[in-house]
Design a protein around this ligand. Sequence first.
Ligand code: PGU
Length: 405
Amino acid sequence: MDSVFANVVQAPEDPILGVTVAYNKDPSPAKLNLGVGAYRTEEGKPIVLNVVRKAEQLLVNDPSHLKEYLPILGLADFNKLTAKLILGADSPAVLENRIATAQCLSGTGSLRVGSEFLARHYHQHTIYIPQPTWGNHPKVFTSGGLNVKSYRYYDPTTRGLDLQGLLEDLNAADAGSVVLFHACAHNPTGVDPTPEQWEQIRQLVRSKGLLPFFDSAYQGFASGSLDEDAQSVRMFVADGGECFIAQSYAKNMGLYGERVGALSIVCKAADVASRVESQLKLVVRPMYSNPPIHGASIVAKVLKDKDLYDEWTAELKGMADRIISMRQQLFDALTARGTPGDWSHIIKQIGMFTFTGLNAEQVSFMRNEYHIYMTSDGRISMAGLSSRTVPHLADAIHAAVTRVA
Ligand code: PGU
């Protein structure tokens, strides 16, 4: 008897996580995984932050720390502190209790819960996402019940922001549309608007009555400063208008597998926020009932304790600085090899990734000949690179550019 699933077709691997699957199968000792955005040390190893180890030790030693179910929207302390982290402790929205926050399954889960909430309670079901963007965005929002459209963002000829295109597209968007922005360190391009450009965008968004949805997956990872990387979001919240924010602690606290993040909905009034919060519970309860306790407890410990917080920001700055130094080293290595083309975007781009401009053929050449793995759009994770591996990558890029059209 045939299986009742005999007609199920083989699905393709995920464009980002599938790179790791292919990398793991490669027996070459020279292999290098620059696909997934996950931090590696100078030794090329994953890392658990010291401050996270300390917080975990404190939790283990605390007999009052239990494994009970959390409330539907998660750990209350965690939610308060997480909203403060992105908005600033002195934010009027925080002080006036105008924020509904749900602890969610990292950044992805926060985006998904936000999407489901919008599909149920917001009159406009269209969300505009930048072109290009993180590959999972269209899938999350479509699965979450929204219609996805895109706005121009990146200009490949200048390797910079297409501000004109962005403003034109948002100006032409249907009234009330939701607009997704990367709070900082745009993935995959590494191109962020300047503060002046953000201000222009903000004015257009508000004058058209669009609803901003910020994806903040890299706070502190771009500049090394948590406050600086939150400026775009704070600018939009300062005008008193409403917005959605999805936050992740995957990168900035290295809690990837703990799946810890939050969705905050900033409202115009406290009573609205409280009703919104009540409805968020109805979204979450049938999806996963309530979020996991461990990761959120770590984060709450770190954010509550001044010493732990200071230690965290120092470790975070260390990671951001190492990535920035990798940019310089790769740029210098290509310059030393006389690799054809202008590579200054490597040092200009912001955050975890360099959007190299390498095409899909060059990417597959580098995989086949050099065992270097990256996403097919030519994005490389600078955090996966180290001083030891820069020459290998520079050799591979040089060969790809000179030998593959
Ligand atoms: N939003 C953006 C812009 C991201 O880049 C990522 C992760 C997320 C959200 C989701 O992160 P969480 O782990 O759910 O908090 N992007 C990385 C990690 C791999 C992946 O695709 O999930 C990346 O390499 O693009």
